[in-house]
Write a protein that binds this ligand. Structure first.
Ligand SMILES: Cc1ncc(COP(=O)(O)O)c(C=O)c1O
Length: 481
């Protein structure tokens, strides 16, 4: 069923009148919606055609009623280097980069060849993939972890890390920090809330029963109070789970806090779990552990290391990883698995395609050495500096930050107890900026993104130009002063 890009302008006017847009704003927005819809018509048609059957919440930007005609995912067909092409034939400089997966850009030949080679050999699940030992050794070498296990996603890796910590320590409570994200396992989907003057952990959304969270303490990231509470609860804590630099608060890079946390957890035999899904292999070949000079007990990885195929890694000290298989033993003597194990499984764990792809990624990282990350980190910092200089010159209420090659806005809302989302004029403007950049061929992840080694200077200059033009158009439309 073909639909016209914009079915009824009258409905738009009704919606606009509900949120007090000026006449100039209404006219500008209507024109922009028409232009945008024309450019991405096939994607919009598919969104409408699929909606009744496809339950899909994946968006980079929240739903805003006045922008509902812009609210559809771009359907993409092809990707190469830093670019992505949609089904209408538009090209975008991609800054989503697979949510941080594509460190080397899209479809790099060395990964593609490794996957194709394995594909030709077949997909053998249930037996041992040929390269599993090499991949485990490469991870161990680059991240200085002793033992390595494989899952399919980051969420699974975190879930397993928590289970290992509980098994080995014999304790149940886990500390996580406000504003962190550890995937979609119920056991980490909690937030802090004061109820009747008491700090409690409540589910972030319906469907997670409170008993999943009764052993979760959500503390304020980077605060002395958090360290103090960890000391107070030390005899009950199995683990402190930390995203060393949170994607949602990149400006908070608390080295001293993390070092103190290491000391406290070490003294109390609490497992320190670094969730390095984003920082791993990105900030440094050895991830945040190497960057902050801290050795965690368990570290979880994913994203980059799978080269685009689903993977999760649980790595760390033998003391914890031994709970997966009973620990080290040898043939030809009297040794046998000695350690009590916990449950660990997954049909697709050690998937041969993901392992072949990971081998290609890790070999590339090893050959390139830390200069790969250093250069990319520096280029990202320069790019963010240029953006901030422009925002400052133009007196815009925006300030960006980066941790290596991941960047995002400085969080103005470092609230410990996260507020429920509220409609605000500023969030509408940010959403509009996002759509303007898309219109100009720049695809962001919300307000931030990732740079890859495939992003050229030319691409970065193009993005800066697109930002300048978008801001000036938003001013024209009276959405910015
Ligand atoms: C820090 C962190 N932990 C865990 C996860 C979950 O990983 P996955 O989406 O592979 O399950 C993510 C995903 O973005 C993440 O950023």
């Amino acid at each position: 069923m073909a639909i016209t890009p914009l079915t009824n302008l009258e409905n738009l006017t009704t919606i606009f009148s509900q949120i007090n847009l000026t006449r100039r704003q209404q006219k500008y927005l209507t024109d922009f919606i028409i232009r945008y819809n024309k450019k991405n018509q096939k994607s919009k048609e598919l969104a409408q055609a699929n909606r009744s059957v496809l339950a899909d919440n994946k968006t980079f930007i929240d739903f805003h009623l006045p922008l509902k005609e812009l609210f559809y995912p771009l359907v993409t067909q092809q990707s190469f280097g830093s670019k992505i092409r949609d089904i209408d034939g538009n090209e975008y400089i991609d800054l989503v980069m697979g949510f941080g997966v594509n460190l080397f850009g899209h479809n790099p030949p060395f990964i593609k060849e490794a996957i194709l080679e394995q594909l030709n050999k077949g997909i053998q699940l249930g037996s041992q993939p040929e390269f599993i030992g090499e991949v485990a050794n490469l991870i161990s070498e680059l991240t200085r972890t002793k033992r390595v296990a494989f899952s399919n996603t980051g969420t699974e890796a975190v879930m397993t890390a928590i289970r290992l910590a509980r098994t080995v320590t014999g304790r149940n409570k886990i500390v996580i920090f406000s504003n962190s994200y550890h995937g979609h396992f119920d056991g980490t989907l909690g937030k802090a809330k004061t109820i009747d003057n008491q700090l409690q952990t409540v589910a972030i959304s319906p469907g997670t029963p409170s008993n999943y969270l009764q052993d979760i303490l959500v503390l304020e990231y980077g605060s002395d109070r958090a360290l103090q509470l960890i000391k107070e609860y030390r005899q009950e804590l199995a683990a402190v789970l930390v995203e060393p630099v949170q994607t949602s608060q990149l400006n908070l890079q608390p080295k001293a806090f993390l070092q103190q946390l290491r000391q406290i957890t070490k003294d109390s035999k609490i497992a320190l779990i670094f969730d390095e899904m984003v920082t791993g292999f990105r900030i440094h070949p050895g991830g945040a552990q190497a960057w902050f000079e801290i050795e965690a007990d368990i570290v979880t990885y994913g994203k980059i290391v799978g080269g685009g195929l689903p993977i999760g890694i649980i790595a760390g000290k033998a003391e914890y990883l031994d709970a997966i298989d009973g620990g080290m033993w040898n043939y030809g003597d009297l040794s046998s698995p000695q350690v009590i194990t916990t449950f660990f499984a997954g049909t697709y764990c050690k998937h041969p395609l993901a392992i072949a792809s990971a081998k290609a990624v890790l070999e590339h990282l090893k050959t390139q050495g830390a200069t790969l990350q250093q250069e990319l980190n520096e280029r990202t910092s320069k790019f963010i500096d240029a953006l901030n200089a422009y925002f400052e010159r133009e007196q815009l209420p925006l300030y960006m930050t980066n941790f290596g090659s991941v960047f995002g806005p400085v969080s103005l809302d470092n609230d410990y107890e996260e507020d429920d989302e509220e409609y605000s004029e500023l969030s509408l403007v940010f959403a509009l900026l996002y759509y303007h950049l898309l219109f100009k061929g720049v695809m962001l992840r919300g307000n931030g993104g990732f740079l890859s080694t495939a992003h050229t200077e030319e691409a970065l200059n193009y993005i800066l130009q697109a930002v300048r033009e978008s801001i000036s158009e938003l001013r024209e439309g009276e959405f910015l002063s």
